[in-house]
Design a protein around this ligand. Structure first.
Ligand code: SF4
Length: 307
């Protein structure tokens, strides 16, 4: 068994605290009703990449836990909150804090970049958690926050100030009821879809009506419009940058004339002549087709063409 397989098998172990996820509707199932239901109906093995992503989430939780313990801040980890009337609606709260009059929920997220606004799915998760907690602690005020941590860059953001909203919870409870019902009927067709950046990791996108534009095989990039805009802006800047540096280089060389070194503030610029050898591929190919076949090297890469 190779090391990657050993790691994969280790990461695949079910988390004890979450129990059998096919027997209840949890907060993370609400991000997209269709996906939440299909993941229970057709469980599929998670890819190595997905398992590592989950592990990063665990790491964020353990960092927060160590920090809380170190500072002597009382908390409960992975509290299971169950709907008092509907035992199949449950939430596992990363961190819960409490006193005589109020309780706070903290949801941890590991991200590869910090969004300006919390994702819709994060908020749904938090409102559902606060709602179930409120049903179990009717006399207390319930509040919540999400901490997003980028383990690579060390960026951190806390989205705070959430309060239990009976109205929001009612909607989420209805959504959880719909998923539960579809699960009993083994038919997810009537469930709502929710396009989001998380569609990138969805196993059920190949036949998801929301994932494509107008019943075609063209993917709707709406959920990552920001990335598309960023790509287009960066390409434009790259093109403009190249043209600007080309023009400025010509002006610097003209100014230097026959001299080969100049200084601008602290910057020293030197001109040197270099040579590079290139091969006329077409001429070589037609003159020595056998050699061309023998020594040619093919590399693959992807191109995004924009129209
Ligand atoms: S592709 Fe997106 S919208 Fe469709 S089921 Fe998956 S997560 Fe939901």
């Amino acid at each position: 068994m190779d090391l990657k397989t050993i790691i994969q098998e280790f990461l695949q172990r079910p988390k004890d605290e979450l129990g059998d996820r096919s027997t209840y509707i949890g907060a993370s199932d609400l991000a997209c009703e269709r996906k939440g239901c299909l993941e229970k109906l057709i469980p599929s093995p998670k890819s190595f990449e997905t398992l590592l992503r989950f592990k990063r989430g665990d790491l964020v939780e353990s960092i927060v836990k160590e920090a809380l313990d170190h500072n002597g801040i009382k908390h409960v980890c992975q509290l299971e909150a169950v709907h008092p009337q509907k035992p199949h609606l449950k939430a596992h709260l990363d961190f819960t804090f409490g006193n005589q009059t109020e309780m706070g929920v903290l949801e941890c997220k590991s991200v590869s970049f910090i969004p300006e606004e919390p994702y819709d799915g994060w908020e749904k998760q938090l409102y559902y958690q606060m709602g179930i907690l409120a049903l179990n602690h009717r006399q207390k005020k319930i509040k919540g926050a999400v901490i997003a941590l980028d383990l690579q860059t060390g960026d951190v953001s806390i989205f705070n100030g959430y309060k239990h909203s009976p109205l929001m919870f009612k909607e989420l409870e209805a959504s959880a009821d719909r998923i539960w019902q579809a699960l009993q009927n083994q038919n997810p067709d009537s469930l709502n879809t929710n396009k989001s950046p998380l569609c990138a990791y969805c196993h059920f996108r190949s036949d998801c009506p929301a994932f494509f534009v107008d019943d075609s095989k063209v993917v709707d990039l709406g959920p990552i419009q920001q990335d598309v805009n960023q790509y287009l802006d960066a390409k434009l800047m790259e093109k403009e940058g190249k043209s600007l540096s080309f023009q400025a280089k010509a002006r610097i060389e003209q100014f230097l004339g026959e001299y080969t070194a100049g200084k601008a503030g602290e910057t020293i610029i030197k001109v040197s002549a270099r040579q590079k050898e290139t091969l006329d591929f077409n001429a070589f190919k037609s003159a020595h087709p056998d050699l061309f076949e023998e020594f040619k090297k093919t590399t693959s890469y992807t191109v995004l063409s924009v129209s």
